[in-house]
Design a protein around this ligand. Structure first.
Ligand code: SAM
Ligand code: SF4
Length: 343
């Protein structure tokens, strides 16, 4: 009997100059957010004018072009993706690629503030897993790090997501002098609810005021500290991304470490990032970019031009990045914020 290739097998694959297949698109659907986390934004952020931001239709057109070119996973992020008006429609429309089998995963990274009333809807669209950011369990400290956020709705959002059947992973940014004493509690909270947890090193993105060097806490030190109380064993489990996972024997749960500053994860990088203005960044840590909004708006209805521009962009994906946080040479900051590039 003749074996017919699956639809996905017939699709083109984007391969960069270093032989990496680009399978993963992260999309910042808005630069806006209802929080102002200290490591991410300044208090008086100026957000982009609406005309510069891609419409939902434009976002969908670009995402669909990536799917045709072989993307298997799309993560919506921001800013806060769930504060973008109409984001449910975008997710609903993109879910047709899940139904067709062309897309393996459609997922989100969210601060959780809107999750309590959105979780069921997301599950209904075929979203299976989400990442929720949570840096502390203490309501006062939560207010402090987010500048005004309330933890209650976020915790309710996590419960709602679990109830809706979503797998939830907790993302915690390691901030020196802020949450270094809380990782045990956060881990018990996550693993007690069947959630993975990932610790993230502070990355030098965007000018946020304050001293970035003072926030930087190497995860090698965090791991060494955790090893005094917990039994950590390395896992092969990989998401194709920068997280290295361990199993915690005492909880049975998984803990990931994202260490852009102390480890280089670029060799296996399978991702590109699209901002809400349609700028495609081939690397989180480099400024090389391509303006896909211009191509979209100059060629309405001509998807071949959009696909050609994406191919051309991927052909320029750099080998890797070079973040540096060092007092002697300044803070090595890249002049864009995490909320524009998407975390
Ligand atoms: N608003 C959503 C949220 O907070 O999950 C999605 C966007 S946020 C930019 C994505 C992730 O990036 C979050 O987990 C956040 O904690 C992380 N992040 C933001 N700024 C960062 C920085 N300077 N270094 C490391 N992680 C950062
Ligand atoms: Fe908003 Fe997420 Fe940035 Fe915090 S990390 S300010 S929640 S975009």
């Amino acid at each position: 009997m003749t074996a017919f290739p699956r639809v996905a097998d017939r699709r083109e694959t984007l391969i960069d100059p270093f032989g990496r297949s680009i399978r993963y698109l992260r999309v910042s659907v808005t630069d806006r957010c209802d929080f102002r986390c200290h490591y991410c934004m300044s208090e008086d952020m100026t957000f982009l004018p609406k005309r510069d931001v891609l419409s939902l239709e434009e976002l969908e057109r670009l995402c669909s072009a990536f799917v045709r070119l072989g993307a298997r996973k799309i993560r919506l992020t921001g800013g806060e993706p769930l504060v973008r008006k109409g984001v449910g429609t975008l997710i609903g429309n993109l879910s047709r690629h899940l139904a067709s089998g062309d897309l393996e995963e459609l997922t989100l990274t969210t601060n959780g503030s809107q999750l309590a009333h959105r979780a069921r809807e997301l599950a209904g669209y075929g979203v299976r897993r989400i990442n929720v950011s949570l840096d502390t369990l203490d309501p006062a400290k939560f207010r402090e790090i987010t500048r005004w956020g309330e933890i209650g709705p976020v915790l309710a959002g996590i419960d709602a997501a679990l109830e809706a059947g979503l797998s939830v992973k907790l993302n915690t940014v390691a901030v020196k002098g802020f949450n270094d004493g809380e990782y045990d509690d956060l881990m018990r909270f996550a693993h007690g609810r069947g959630m993975d947890m990932t610790l993230i090193e502070t990355m030098p993105l965007g000018e946020i005021g304050g001293e970035r060097v003072d926030q930087y806490l190497p995860l090698s030190a965090v791991r060494a500290d955790l090893e005094r109380r917990w039994t950590l064993s390395d896992l092969d489990h990989s998401t194709g991304g920068p997280a290295r996972y361990v199993r915690i024997a005492e909880t049975g749960g998984r803990l990931g470490f994202i260490t852009p500053m102390t480890h280089n994860f670029c060799e296996s990088c399978n991702r590109v990032r699209l901002t809400c203005t349609g700028t495609l960044y081939m690397c989180l840590g480099q400024d090389d970019s391509v303006d896909l909004r211009r191509v979209l708006r100059e060629h309405p209805g001509d998807d071949a031009s959009v696909e050609a521009a994406i191919r051309e962009a991927v052909a320029k994906k750099p080998k890797g990045h070079d973040f540096v946080i060092d007092r002697s040479i300044g803070d090595g900051v890249l002049h864009r914020h995490m909320n524009t590039t998407g975390g």
